[in-house]
Design a protein around this ligand. Structure first.
Ligand code: ADP
Length: 626
């Protein structure tokens, strides 16, 4: 309402001003104007009978009783010309200009007052404690405990101590132990930092004050700081309690870095207020501040010093065991078919965070509901995973036969290399059904999560990526844009191998690129280096990529027969899983062995016709499972 009234008032002021200007314009242009020289000529010819001065603007009336106006440059000189002629001269006070100036100034003052009034209102609204933004929940209301969290047992163990402090603070006081005032939970988005903080409050049964760092940073300097003070005032009145600050980097970014949104001064003041408040409460207050961030690298060092956020807990995406546990936790909330077990799914979701796994379970439930089933089956999880990883199937996409063929050979090339290279991850699925941005996909899945990657493994990865382009060139003697994504990924891996992980013999064990140390990918930069070094790095990257490409071509040349088989079968069935792929490889090996024994037979024996039976049986199998 207030905003509406303010807007209406501004509109009213502007319309009155516009009307006034229009009136002025009309008054000014009531009479036609004439050049000064023309007026002088008419004066000399005695055609003028009356003059009316308003400042140096003069209205003339001629013998025909026509009035016109002009501006005279020098009034005194002009009057000298008029003297002695029979002309009636009147002088009018320049009231008009006076009124004009008064009204304009009045409007300017009024507008300034409206702007000031509206700023004051905003300031008041901002500075009163934004209770809507502060989420205050009791432990019971939260309804989250450690049981709801899986896969991050180390972080849970660290926080169990906090729970017992909040529950039984006297036990700690007895021995003079102090619990950290602040604990910083750092990790990529969706790893469960917020949930874990809520679970601490839920376990301890204490109030939970939740605020986001971005809520502190406002337009007006001092508002954020006063909010911090209000927040801690309220927390101190309700001890024991948990104060949770999400995205603390929004307010706690390093003052030296100059990064972060919002005014520098406002952010600086808010951060200072936070530091002062954290220093201000003692351990007897039984307040524990938990803060979450995915950019610990940009946090101000003052925040991390002992006595403030002196304990930092890293929360990383779960490993295969953790993923299985998280899937089980979320699986309990939905209706699962007894056949569903999460071992394979956990293996098939490397790098997924807790939030992504929760989403996967929900997507699978939606798939089942869409099919009208009342229980989720394994196929729903598989489809939900594909949908999340590769996007939605582009069913309406029309491809020419030749394009489909090139695509089939492209994917078959990846698949064969994934199968043949000893250090490569096992093949999981190969498909030529376009999804999301990709036309086809070859998926590999690691048997276990890799804590570190070997040089051989990384090289195999690049060779597999080169397989698509190599197959296209080998069979069709042409290059297509389909290899764009593969080449980009391969170049990234090769650059990282040379620049980050010191895997080049020529350059030696040296890093030329540093990560920021945060949890957001792609933040970091090349270290300063000379032109020669930069050129050498480019050369090394290029050589690595070329040698991997040559290796891909060499292997595919040897396996040309198998390549044709796989591609032809893919054209018929569109998708093959790892097992089906193995059947075709075995079948091909047998045929090639037979061809060796009987030189009359050649690669032509591995034709589509004979593979039709395999394709058909696979097609039938697919029909059953779908
Ligand atoms: P963050 O604060 O790290 O961005 P959240 O705590 O908001 O992540 O997690 C979002 C959602 O993801 C949670 O509501 C929960 O459903 C799910 N989730 C994340 N991590 C876990 C976990 N370790 N166990 C169970 N669920 C999790």
């Amino acid at each position: 309402m207030a905003i509406l009234a303010r807007n209406l008032l501004v509109c009213f002021l502007f319309s009155v001003l516009a009307m006034f200007m229009a009136l002025l314009w009309f008054m000014e242009h009531r009479h036609p104007t004439q050049d000064y020289s023309e007026v002088v000529e008419r004066l000399n010819n005695n055609q003028i009978i009356r003059l009316e001065f308003t400042g140096n603007r003069v209205a003339f009336t001629d013998r025909d009783n026509h009035t016109f106006v002009t501006t005279v440059p020098d009034v005194t000189k002009f009057l000298e010309r008029v003297q002695g002629k029979n002309i009636r001269v009147t002088v009018k006070e320049d009231r008009f200009n006076l009124i004009y100036m008064t009204i304009i100034s009045g409007f300017v003052v009024a507008l300034i007052m409206v702007a000031w009034w509206s700023l004051q209102r905003n300031r008041k609204e901002d500075s009163k404690f934004a209770s809507e933004k502060l989420v205050r929940l009791s432990g019971k209301q939260l309804g989250i405990t450690f049981k709801d969290i899986a896969g991050i047992s180390e972080a849970k163990e660290e926080l169990e101590e906090v729970v017992s402090f909040l529950k039984y603070p006297e036990n700690f006081k007895k021995v003079g132990a102090t619990i950290p005032k602040g604990i910083l939970l750092q990790g990529p988005p969706g790893t469960g930092k917020t949930m874990l903080s809520k679970a601490v409050a839920g376990e301890a049964g204490v109030p939970f004050y939740s605020f986001s760092g971005s809520d502190f940073v406002e337009m007006f300097v001092g508002v954020g700081a006063s909010r911090v003070r209000d927040l801690f005032k309220e927390a101190k009145a309700n001890t024991p309690c948990i104060v949770f600050i999400d995205e603390i980097d929004a307010v706690g970014a390093s003052r030296a870095s100059g990064s972060s949104a919002g005014g520098q001064e406002e952010r600086g003041q808010t951060l200072n207020a936070l530091l002062v408040e954290m220093d201000g409460f003692g351990t007897e207050d039984a307040i524990v501040v938990l803060a979450a961030t995915n950019r610990p690298d940009i946090l101000d060092s003052a925040l991390k010093r002992p006595g403030r956020f002196d304990r930092q807990i890293n929360i990383l995406p779960p490993d295969v065991k953790g993923r299985k546990q998280i899937l089980e936790v979320h699986g309990r909330k939905v209706s699962l078919h007894p056949e569903v077990e999460f071992d394979d799914l956990a293996r098939a979701t490397p790098g997924f965070t807790g939030a992504e796994l929760a989403n996967l379970v929900n997507e699978a439930a939606l798939m089942a509901a869409r099919k009208g089933r009342d229980q989720i089956v394994n196929a729903d999880f598989e489809k939900a995973r594909d949908r999340i990883l590769m996007g939605v199937e582009r069913k309406g996409m029309v491809m020419s036969e030749r394009d489909r063929k090139i695509l089939a050979y492209h994917e078959a090339g990846h698949g064969i290399l994934a199968k043949k290279l000893p250090h490569s991850d096992p093949l999981h699925k190969i498909t030529i059904v376009p999804r999301g941005m990709a036309l086809g996909q070859t998926q590999q899945l690691p048997i276990s999560d890799h804590p570190a990657y070997s040089k051989e493994y990384l090289r195999s990865k690049i060779i597999v990526l080169m397989g698509g382009r190599a197959a296209e060139e080998l069979i069709f003697k042409q290059q297509t844009t389909g290899a764009q994504g593969d080449l980009r990924t391969a170049t990234q891996i090769a650059t990282d191998m040379i620049c980050k992980w010191g895997m080049s013999k020529t350059l030696g064990p040296q890093a030329f690129f540093i990560d920021s140390g945060g949890f957001i990918e792609g933040v970091g930069g090349r270290l300063p280096m000379g032109h020669d070094t930069a050129r050498l790095i480019d050369k090394e990257v290029n050589e690595l990529l070329c040698s991997c490409y040559d290796e891909a071509v060499r292997i595919l040349k040897e396996e040309q027969c198998l390549l044709k088989n796989i591609a032809e079968i893919l054209l018929q069935v569109e998708t093959l899983d790892g097992e089906e792929f193995d059947i075709i490889v075995e079948c091909s090996i047998k045929k090639e062995a037979a061809a060796k024994e009987d030189p009359e037979q050649s690669c032509s024996t591995c034709t589509v016709k004979e593979n039709c039976s395999v394709a058909q049986s696979i097609g039938e199998a697919n029909a059953i499972t779908s």
